[in-house]
Design a protein around this ligand. Sequence first.
Ligand code: C2E
Ligand code: CA
Ligand code: CA
Length: 915
Amino acid sequence: MRSLNKSSRLRFVTLHTKTAFLFAVGLASIIFSSLFLTRYFFLYSLNELENIEIHRASSQAYAVIDSLSVRQEEASHDWAYWTETYDLLTQSDTGFEERNLYMESLDSLGLDFMSFINSQHEYVAGLGRDIEDPNAFTQTLLKDKGVAQHLNKMKRVLDSGKSGTYGLIREGDDIWVVSVTPVRNGTSEAEFAGWMLWGQHLTDRFPSDFVGILTAQNSIITDLDETKHLDEHIHEEGIDEHDDIDVFHTDSELYHYTSLTNIYGEEIAVLKSREPRTYYQKGESVFYYLIIAIGVVTTLVSIVIFILFRNNVGKRFSYFEQDIKALISSDEVNLEGHRDEFERITTLVQFLANNSSKTEGKLKDTLQKFEALYHSQTLGMVLVVDQMIVDVNQTLLDLLGYQRSDLVGQHVETLCAHSSDSICSAEQLFINLSQGLRQFEAGLNNGYGETVHCVIEATQFEQDDKMAVMLSIKDISEQKQQAVLIDSLTHRDSATGLLNRPTVINLIKGFFQGSDQEQNYSIVYFNASRLKEIDEVYGHLVHDSVLKHLADNLLIRFGDEFTGRISENEFLVWCVEKDYRQLERMANRLLESYSSKISVSGFEFDIGLKAVFVRSSSSFANFEDFSYVGLYALTEIKSTGKRGLVTVDESLIKRSQESLALNRDIMKALKSGEIVAHYQPIVHASTGQVVGFEALARWRHPTLGMVSPGLFVPLAEQRRLIVELGEVILEQACEFISDIQQKSDSSSQNRMSIHVNLSTPHFHHKSLVETLVNLIEKYQLLPGQLVLELTESILLGAEDEIVERMEAIKSLGVQLALDDFGTGYSSFSSLCNFPLDIIKLDKSYIDNLDVNDKAKTLVRNIIHMSQELGMTTVAEGVETASQLRKLNVWNVDEIQGYYFFKPMDKHQALEKFAK
Ligand code: C2E
Ligand code: CA
Ligand code: CA
C-alpha cells in the first residue's frame, strides 16, 4: 500500500519539475560521462608513452651488453696478432707471463680473465681475477657448448680461414662475456698458433658499472625458472600483462624482460628493466582532483539549471499544464487512466478532430442563414466562432486587401489595429457585446499594414453552445479624413491660416482655467488699423496680399500654435509667462519692421500696425477681464495714434475695468433711464439766434459719474444696443423740442429744430420709419423740425437702397444732415447723389482755420459748393471769435460750438430757451 502511494505521488510530480529535473540530470551525466571517457583515453595515452619509454630503456641496456662483447672482440685482435703472443704459443717463451700477465693488464683492458691455448687446445698460460686456477677455468670455458662447437668447426677449417667467436657464456650463476680469438703471426695471416680467450664477468660488472648512463633499473636474472613461471607470477601478484609480451606493469611499476642467449643460441639469462610509473600515477591523481572539482561544479550548475529551467521555461509548461487540465476537466472527453499530459493531449486532439467535422456541417447551416448578407456589396462580413474567424465575404477582402487564406482560421485579433490613433482589441469587442453595445468604431488592420477606420456592427448568436458573432464592417476612413479637414477649417482662419477667434479664445481660456497660479500667460494684441482702408482703396486682392504679408511674418516669428486672428484687422500672440521677455522683444521687432512702409504687389503701404502687451496678473479675476484689457487698450491707442508696443499698466487696467463695468451695465442703464439726452444749441451764424439743438447722449453712471458718449456709444454698438440707445435719445429729443416749442411762442419764424445722431444700424433698422411716424404724430412735430445726423459710413453701400431709404425718411418731413463731413472717405461730388439737406463741417477743419491756409480754402469752398447745391452748412466745434469771423465772411449758415453754448441738460435748456 505504501509503495503504491509513493509511486503515484511520483507520477504526479508536475511535468515542468520532471522536465527540469531530467534536463539537469541529463546535463550532469553528459559532463560526467565525457569526463570519464577523457580520463580513459588520457591514461591510455600515458600508458603507451610509458611502454615506449621502457622499451627504449631496455634496448639501451641490451645495447650496452652487446657493445661490451663487440668491443672486447675488437680489442682482442691487437693481442692476438701480436708477435710476442705468437711466440708464447709457438716457442713456449716463458718470459711472456712475467712481461704481460698481471692484474694491471686485465684492468687496462677491462677484462676479468685471459688465457692462451695452443692449436691442440692445450692450456699454455692464463690469468683471472678472483680465479685461483686459470687452467681449470679455461677448461670450463672450452666445455661450453657454443665455444666447443666453434673450435670443433675450426679444426676442419684451414689455418688461414680460422676465425674467432664471441658472446655470452653462463658459468653457474655467473654470466661471462667471452671472446675466442685465433692467435696469428702479426705479419702473415696464415700463421695460426692457437687461441686467445678473454672474458668479462658480466654479472659482476652489469648494471653497477653503467648506472650513470642507464635510464631504467636493470638486472640480470639467471634463475630461468623465475621467468618460465612468469605467467603464474603475473596472476599471483596482479601484474597486468601488456599486448607486448615482454612488458608487464603493476600499479606502481613497469617491467620489461629481454632474454640473453649464449654463443650456442640458448637462453641463459633474462635482462629485466624496471621503471616507476611516474606519469601514470601523476596523471591519475590529477584526474582524481579534476573529477572532484568538476563534480562539485557540475552539481551546482545542475541545481541552478534545475531551478532556472523550472522557474522560467518550466513556468510555461505549467501554464500549458493548467490549460490542459482545464481542457481535460471538461466532461466531454474522458481522459481517465492516461499516464501523463502528453497522452491526455493526444486523446484530446483526437476528440477535437472528430468533433470539428461535425461542427463544420453545422456551420454551413448557419452560413446559409446569412447568405443574403454575405452577398452585400457594401458591407464586409466576418463570421467569428469562439473568437476564431470562420468565414469572410468578398467585399471584406476587397475592402481590407486580404486573401481569404490570410483570415480564415485566424484569431479575430488579427484584424485589430493597435495604432496610436485607434485601439481595437478582441477583448474590447466582447466586452462591448456583453454590455449590449452592438455598433462601434474601430481601426482595423488592412493587408498592407495600414489602419482603416471602420464602423462595426455585431450580431451575436449561439452556435452549438459556442458563441458566434457576425460582424458587418463599413469603411469610414473618408468621413474621418473629411472630419479632420472640417476640424482644421473650423479652427483656422481661411485667409491667413492662423488660428481663428473661437479657437484662440478657447485655448487661452483653457490655459487660464487649467493653469496653476504660477503658470501665467502673456499676450500681445496687434491691430493693423489701415487694412480696411487698403481694402477699400486697392481692392480685395491687394488687401489679401498685405494681410498675408503680416500673417506670414507673425507665423515666422511666433509659430502657428500661438498666433491667431481675432477680427478683421486684429491679431493675437500668446506665450507662457516665463518666455514673456522674449515675446515682448519679438513683438517690438515686428512693430519695427512695419514702422516704415512695406512693399506689396508693387505698392507701398503703411498698415498702421500697433500692439499692446498684457501679462496675466492677480489684477484679473477671470479670463474675460484679462482679454478685455488688451482689446480696450487697442481701441484707446487707435484713437491716440500712438505707435510702438504699449504695455498695459495699472491705470490702463483701471480704465479697462471701468469700460468693462460700462459694458456690463449699459443694458440696465438704458432701461432704467440712466442714459439721457443733453442739448447743445445751434445758432444762426450772422444773428446768433438759437435755431436748434443737437441731442447728445449722456450716461449718469451711479458709481463712475457722468460718462462720455465717446466711451459708451462704441460699447452700445458692439453690444448691439445702439438701436435701443438711438430710440431712447430720439424719444427724449422729440419730447424736448415739443416742450420747448409749446413753452415759447409758436410763431413759425422761431420754429426750432432738433438734431439727433443716427447710427448706421439704426438707419437700416426696419422699424425706423414706423418709429419716426409715431414720434412725429405723438409730439406733433412740424416738417423740418426733426433733423437726423448721419455719418459718412452710412453712405457706403448699395447706393440705390440708401437713397430710397433716405427718400422714405424725408417724405415724413424729416431733414437729413451729414455729420463730421471731411473725416471719412466720400468725395464731395458723391454727396450730390444723396438727398441731403444739411452738411456739418467737422471740428477738425474748424480747429485748423487759425493755423492752416489750405484748411481755410477747403472750408470756404465746401461752404460755397453746399450753398450752390442748396444745402445748409453747420460749422461744428467753433470755440473762438476768429473762427466765427472767418466762417461769417464765408457765409456759413449755422454755428455749433462752445463759443456760444456747451451741451446742457433738459432743464437748463428749457429754462434758458423756452420763452
Ligand atoms: P458729434 O455728433 O460730432 O457731436 C459733437 C460733439 O462735439 C459733442 O461731443 C459735443 O459736445 C462736442 N462739441 C460741440 N462743440 C464743441 C466745441 O466748441 N469744442 C469741443 N471741444 N467740443 C464741442 P459729445 O457730446 O461728447 O459727443 C461725441 C460724439 O458722440 C458725437 O459727435 C456723436 O458722434 C456721438 N453721440 C453723442 N450722442 C449720440 C447719440 O445719441 N446717438 C449716436 N448715435 N451718437 C451720439
Ligand atoms: Ca452729431
Ligand atoms: Ca459732429
